[in-house]
Design a protein around this ligand. Structure first.
Ligand SMILES: CC(C)(COP(=O)(O)OP(=O)(O)OC[C@H]1O[C@@H](n2cnc3c(N)ncnc32)[C@H](O)[C@@H]1OP(=O)(O)O)[C@@H](O)C(=O)NCCC(=O)NCCS
Length: 370
């Protein structure tokens, strides 16, 4: 019997604070009309100081679990795609796993920049389809505002914060994630990067003074690359799914720049109405942009049950990829799950574990050989 991986729950976490083009125009030498004309972006959301990619990712995951009616203890795996992890390590996925109370899950981060959510979705799908796991939470979570140089007009206009999450569940019913394309060309790694604070360029006073811990980008070249790969990746995924292009109801692309999405539409010879676009409101939220756009399309009725859907992304690496999905409604629940209760239990468990580790440390410390 074949096993399929269905998307059965989804949620987002969007920070309250909105940063407008008008406000950015008071910070760098730009103007609102230029930003809208060249990117389509009007506003982006900025995380509150107390938020991280982990807190936003956890909030989105809890909403997705609630919709799927899945208790956190039933989750086998949390994969977080992020370009702005809370720490180098521990993985942001582990922080999310603890925060949501997924006490029986493994967790890891996946680094493929803005394409990360596509790759993570495919990883979770393959683990489900091979029978290794039954339930996964796939998260795209970003606080890119912390990596943006707010004096660089070429990049600070583009990025925003937010998170989106999908719950994937095993089912014998045909559907869910059908096919995937995953590609990389590392020779273009220097076109979009955060040069310092990895092992290649450890953070020092000098690297900070030079702003090397901020996003550096060759916008023109990234634009060219993006317009080349979006249509091709979508076509390859559609072909692998053995669909025809005219059967696709909606394409949900990475939201980086409206002109890039328009170029993809021209490349595929499809009307722009076939594409989900919300870059105007959120800017480029990297790994979070595809799930945020998908959730918005469900909420406004454009993405419906049984729709043949393509999710397609590109980003630093360089990386690019696409998946085809037959969209599903949340599985009918046996009984409804009270996520607040499970999160309350998770908080108590986490607290008790910390206390136990402290006591163990004290006892072990006293017994340590001299
Ligand atoms: C960054 C981007 C918006 C710039 O738009 P563009 O039309 O390509 O602009 P160019 O880089 O060709 O620059 C044109 C001019 O506008 C200027 N410019 C750049 N940013 C500007 C801004 N915010 N406001 C006003 N002028 C700006 C440039 O300095 C340049 O001036 P010059 O001709 O005097 O040198 C565009 O290249 C882009 O979106 N690239 C892809 C980026 C991306 O998606 N990154 C994430 C990938 S996941």
């Amino acid at each position: 019997m074949s096993i399929y991986a269905h998307i059965t729950g989804w949620g987002t976490a969007i920070p309250e604070k909105i940063l407008t083009n008008e406000e950015i125009s008071t910070m760098v030498d730009t103007n609102p009309e230029w930003i809208v004309e060249r990117t389509g972006i009007r506003t982006r959301h900025i995380a509150a100081p107390e938020d991280t990619s982990a807190t936003l990712g956890a909030a989105a995951s809890l909403k997705a679990l609630e919709m799927a009616n899945v208790p956190p203890s039933a989750v086998d795996l949390v994969i977080t795609a992020t370009s702005s992890p809370a720490y180098v390590f521990p993985a942001t996925a582990s922080l999310i796993q603890d925060s949501i109370g997924a006490t029986n899950a493994g967790a890891f981060d996946l680094s493929a920049a803005c394409t990360g959510f596509i790759f993570a979705l495919n990883m979770a799908t393959q683990l489900i389809r091979s029978g290794q796991i039954k339930t996964a939470v796939v998260v795209g979570a970003e606080t890119l505002s912390r990596y943006v140089d707010w004096t660089d007009r070429g990049t600070c206009i583009l990025f925003g914060d937010g998170a989106g999450a999908f719950v994937l569940q095993a089912s014998s019913v045909q559907g869910g994630v059908i096919s995937s394309v995953m590609r990389s060309d590392g020779s273009g790694g220097d076109l979009l990067s955060v040069p310092a604070s990895g092992s290649a360029m450890p953070a020092t006073a000098k690297t900070i003074e030079q702003g090397m811990h901020f996003i550096k980008m060759n916008g023109r070249e990234v634009f060219r690359f993006a317009t080349r790969v979006m249509a091709r990746a979508s076509e390859e995924a559609i072909e692998k799914a053995e669909w025809r292009l005219d059967q696709v109801e909606i394409i949900i692309p990475h939201q980086a720049n409206k002109r890039i999405i328009e170029a993809a539409a021209r490349g595929l010879k499809l009307p722009i109405e076939k594409f989900a676009i919300n870059v105007d409101k959120y800017g480029n939220t990297s790994t979070a942009s595809i799930p945020i756009a998908a959730v918005e399309m469900v909420e406004n009725g454009r993405l419906k049950k049984n729709d043949k859907t393509v999710l397609v992304g590109f980003g630093a690496g360089l990386t690019w990829g696409a998946v085809t999905v037959i969209w599903k409604e949340p599985f009918p629940a046996d009984k409804s799950v009270n996520i607040d209760f499970y999160q309350f239990l998770a908080r108590i468990r986490s607290f008790l574990l910390r206390v136990a580790r402290r006591i163990e440390g004290l006892i072990w410390g006293r017994k340590a050989p001299k």
